[in-house]
Design a protein around this ligand. Structure first.
Ligand code: FAD
Ligand code: SF4
Length: 523
């Protein structure tokens, strides 16, 4: 692609500044000391990033559209951006191949990059630099509020990692929702006021999130992705994600004004045909670094403090996700990779059911959530954790297959956040690093929190028989299979006491039915 005339490519540049697809932050440390007379920015689209897991079309399109907007904004500042497009005739298909070719052609003195979020990419860059005998300077990622070193020190000081302790430290360190040395409102957690269901009446009218019509740059990407990635899951006809910092800022404003006040109250609720409910839809913009989490935290806190617009319970619930969970999972990822990816504490060994890629199942909850995921590249947290994740956990699917699915199908999926959520929180495959106990429930939970069961051929109260809900059957089967391992968990006491009430015949019938469910799912 041609560069503007004013921006001539310096011969043998001092720094080749690498900007990866999830590093689209104009204030990134990669630009510290950037001198346009001698430094060059390098970016590359690569087919491998869409095929190493079989990515949703919208996920690929979002990355490429945001990258191209970032390229254009940098060029508008008079900087040289060398940019490789996905369909370039001589494209090697990989980030490493493209970088090696660029280094051979340009002979830069040094490569500069902000620490990649994904272990695989960091390794590929290190190996390429070594093979090309060029030095690689890796700078810290200032986007996050907790550095990898700080998290490692936090972990080293404890026998066991727990979100709650980390979150409280983060509130104190960053002075978020604090009053002197105490938490605002006198408590760290307001969950008792949050997490309601909608009841029979349903959610009523929920303010729809602001969407962003694709401009010419994005439309070109949508066409490219449709042509180049045939056979990939998902659709592009409803693509309206923010792809620039300005759009991400507008999406934040929209959330704060229209949905934050009810965020906490309905955080765990699910409803047919309502993908967004009161969620922020900001994860992709945050993960691509179009949005600074400090700005998000400040806007949420101000909505309570200055405007009194949102109740403290909603604001605390939301801040816990950004300042707590988001930073925590990143810490866990970097602390335990690469061996973390291979963990399988429960010895799960079944394949992922094929319907995860099509949505074609008679289980209404799964059909709704997978259908929505394929249409939009989005599902909210409880849909991910307590529908698709719960079913895979109860069925006993190999965690690495579950991981590959989650990394493929969501527009916000990047490995540092997806892997601990999937393998740790959802599948309990890390044996309790992320979550103190497995998130397990029967179909009754979904009946309470959603209206999915009302439109289903199964009955969530039944574990055996032709109308038995597969979630309920597999829940009791899971408890039986893992009874010994789960017994020491005080928080599972009631579930195990209920299991103990089942007679031998009931247990055997459940085991038999669970085997039939598994056979039907994996045939
Ligand atoms: P909201 O519900 O509005 O939450 C606000 C923000 O908090 C999110 O935008 C996100 O940045 C952060 N957040 C909330 N929960 C978490 C969490 N558990 N971990 C980290 N950050 C959190 N999130 C991703 O960003 N990328 C992923 O690939 C991803 N994979 C997941 C896989 C599984 C199995 C599960 C259970 C969760 C996963 N999450 C992932 C976390 C969470 O589901 C999404 O961040 C959230 O649904 C995104 O929608 P939202 O922006 O509307 O979030
Ligand atoms: Fe899902 Fe079971 Fe409810 Fe059907 S009855 S929607 S399978 S939880």
């Amino acid at each position: 692609m041609a560069t503007p005339r004013a921006a001539r490519v310096p011969s043998a540049p001092r720094h080749l500044v690498l900007i990866l697809g999830d590093q689209l932050d104009p204030a990134s440390a990669a630009f510290d000391g950037f001198d346009p007379a001698v430094d060059v920015i390098w970016m590359a689209e690569a087919r491998e990033e869409s095929t190493h897991v079989w990515s949703h079309l919208a996920r690929s399109a979002l990355f490429l559209a945001a990258m191209r907007h970032f390229r254009d904004a940098q060029r508008a500042q008079g900087r040289v951006v060398l940019y490789r497009e996905l369909d370039a005739a001589d494209h090697t298909g990989t980030l490493a191949g493209e970088l090696a070719a660029a280094v051979r052609a340009l002979r830069p003195q040094r490569l500069v990059v902000v620490e990649p979020g994904e272990w695989r990419v960091a390794e590929a860059l290190r190996q390429t630099a070594r093979a090309c005998t060029v030095s690689l300077e890796v700078r810290p990622d200032r986007h996050f509020l907790c550095s990898r070193e700080t998290f490692a020190a936090h972990a080293a000081a404890r026998r066991q990692l727990r979100l709650e302790f980390f979150y409280r430290e983060m509130r104190r360190w960053h002075r978020v929702l604090m009053e002197g040395g105490a938490p605002a409102g006198g408590a760290w957690n307001f969950d008792a006021a949050n997490r309601e269901s909608f009841g029979r009446a349903g959610p009523g009218r929920v303010p729809p999130p602001r969407g962003f019509a694709p401009d010419a740059v994005t439309r070109e990407v949508l066409g490219l992705v449709q042509r180049q990635l045939t056979g990939h899951p998902g659709r592009l006809d409803r693509f309206d994600w923010p792809v620039t910092p300005a759009e991400a800022g507008a999406a934040l404003e929209d959330f704060i004004v229209h949905r934050l006040p009810l965020f906490g109250r309905y955080q765990d609720a699910l409803w047919t045909g309502e993908p967004w409910l009161y969620h922020s839809r900001l994860s992709a913009a945050l993960n691509l670094k179009l949005l600074d989490p400090r700005r998000v935290l400040a806007a949420a806190e101000a909505a309570w403090r200055r405007a009194g617009h949102a109740p403290l319970a909603a604001v605390e619930g939301f801040i816990r996700q950004i300042l707590g969970w988001r930073e925590y999972v990143r810490g866990v990822y970097h602390l335990f990779m690469p061996e973390y990816r291979e963990r399988n504490a429960l010895g799960a060994d079944r394949p992922l059911p094929r319907f995860y890629w099509t949505g074609e199942t008679d289980m209404n909850c799964l059909r709704e959530v997978i259908g929505q995921t394929l249409a939009l590249g989005y599902a909210h947290h409880i849909q991910r954790l307590m529908v698709t994740g719960l079913f895979a956990l109860l069925l006993g699917v190999r965690p690495q297959e579950v991981h590959a699915w989650y990394l493929a199908v969501y527009v916000d999926a990047v490995e540092w956040v997806e892997l601990p959520n999937t393998l740790g929180m959802s599948q309990y495959a890390d044996g309790g690093v992320m979550a103190s106990k497995p998130y397990i429930a029967s179909g009754r939970y979904l009946q309470r929190m959603s209206n999915y069961c009302a439109g289903c051929r199964y009955d969530p109260a039944l574990a055996v028989g032709p109308r038995a809900c597969p979630f309920t059957t597999l829940y009791w089967d899971f408890l039986q299979r893992h009874e010994c391992r789960l017994r020491p968990h005080p928080r599972l006491g009631m579930q195990l006491r209920n299991l103990a009430r089942l007679g031998a015949a009931e247990r055997a019938a459940i085991r038999l039915q669970a085997r039939a469910v598994a056979a039907a799912c994996t045939s």
